[in-house]
Ligand binder design. Structure first.
Ligand SMILES: Cc1ncc(COP(=O)(O)O)c(C=O)c1O
Length: 346
């Protein structure tokens, strides 16, 4: 039996032998007591890449997003988020449970845009309506198939938020992919937001880890908030070493994932009853327009040796990553095409 090809997420990668070696050899200290030298190196590297003065290492992107909400959102106010964002759909209402924020959904296009944000602002003013304290954007946007928000669009979002006196938090779990796909620097993207989260456990192939980078004012209490959320880590240099290895060795290959995503999308777009969102980056969303059930496609693909995700009843998600080479792509393409054809109603 051949090993299944796992396209459920770019989080499924296992650390390479070289990454494991880097972790084993990491110089460490107690980061809760007086600092871990490898964590400091990672934070300095990310500060440099993103052009932000303050950076803190977190165990997960979810915790870093939640810390950003806590740091900038005032309890009892609203945070503007796209209705299909990770913060809204996949963080189990941490906005309400932890930061005491109400989400004001921004609806419209597949990703947040300045016009939809402006339209969502509450007006006319009423003392009875909630105030807002924060806007969140996501780049690339997972739910929209890894779609990139271009620099000029992100600047327009920042300006619209600023006109209402609101700071912007950027969920940049896959900002690496947005930068590689567009050639826009990470720092240019990051300059639009007061705080930015970047993750190491997606395309960069680390087992865990994220950083929250920001301007001095919003980050002033970041260490305290991370500690309160249970994110103070001791010899975390072992994890930071994996992240540094990912930056050194895997950032420069993300374009390969993007190219394979395009090839997969082009091949599957020829299957009857299927409409594929042309991928900007490494995520392929397959919409079933011929009456197939996504769960049936996922089950049949699994039987054929390919794992993918039922994103919703009529959408299947496939994600390209470090562990998928050309041979795996060819096998996955054939199996998915067969599963999609077989799931068409007879
Ligand atoms: C857009 C986005 N934000 C945040 C996260 C959360 O990251 P973590 O799994 O490290 O908590 C993810 C995870 O898939 C994500 O896709």
């Amino acid at each position: 039996m051949t090993t299944p090809i796992d396209l459920r997420s770019d989080t499924v990668t296992t650390p390479t032998a070289a990454m494991r070696r880097a972790m084993a050899e990491a110089e460490v200290g107690d980061d809760v007591l007086d600092g871990d030298p490898t964590v400091r190196r990672l934070e300095a590297r990310v500060a440099d890449l993103l052009g932000k003065p303050q950076v803190l290492f977190f165990p997960t992107g979810t915790m870093a997003n939640q810390a950003a909400l806590w740091l900038q959102g005032e309890p009892g106010t609203e945070v503007y988020c796209h209705d299909d964002s990770h913060i809204v759909n996949w963080e189990i209402a941490g906005t309400a449970a932890l930061a005491g924020l109400q989400v004001r959904m921004v609806r419209g296009g597949p990703v947040l845009d300045a016009a939809a944000l402006h339209a969502a602002f509450r007006r006319p003013f009423s003392i009875h309506a909630p105030r807002a304290s924060l806007v969140c954007a996501e780049n690339t946007h997972n739910g929209a198939g890894g779609m990139v928000t271009r620099l000029e669009q992100l600047r327009a979002i920042r300006d619209t938020a600023a006109e209402a006196g609101l700071p912007l938090h950027l969920d940049g779990a896959r900002l690496w992919n947005a930068s590689v796909a567009t050639g826009t620097s990470l720092a240019d993207f990051a300059s639009c937001a007061a705080t930015v989260m970047v993750s190491f456990s997606k395309g960069l192939g680390a087992p865990v880890g994220a950083c929250l980078a920001g301007d001095a004012a919003p980050m002033r209490r970041a260490w305290e908030v991370r500690k309160r959320l249970g994110g103070g880590m001791r010899q975390s240099g072992i994890l930071a070493a994996a992240a540094l290895h990912g930056l050194d060795h895997h950032l420069g290959r993300l374009h390969e994932d993007h190219a394979r995503a395009r090839r997969l999308a082009e091949a599957l777009a020829t299957v009857p009853g299927v409409s594929v969102v042309p991928p900007d980056t490494n995520i392929v969303m397959i919409d079933l327009v011929g009456g197939q059930e996504s769960s049936a496609v996922v089950e049949r693909a699994k039987a054929l040796g390919v794992r993918c995700t039922s994103w919703n009843a009529t959408r299947v998600r496939c994600v390209l990553h470090l562990d998928i080479d050309d041979a795996a792509l060819a096998r996955a393409t054939a199996a998915l095409a067969e599963a999609l054809r077989e799931a068409l109603p007879k």
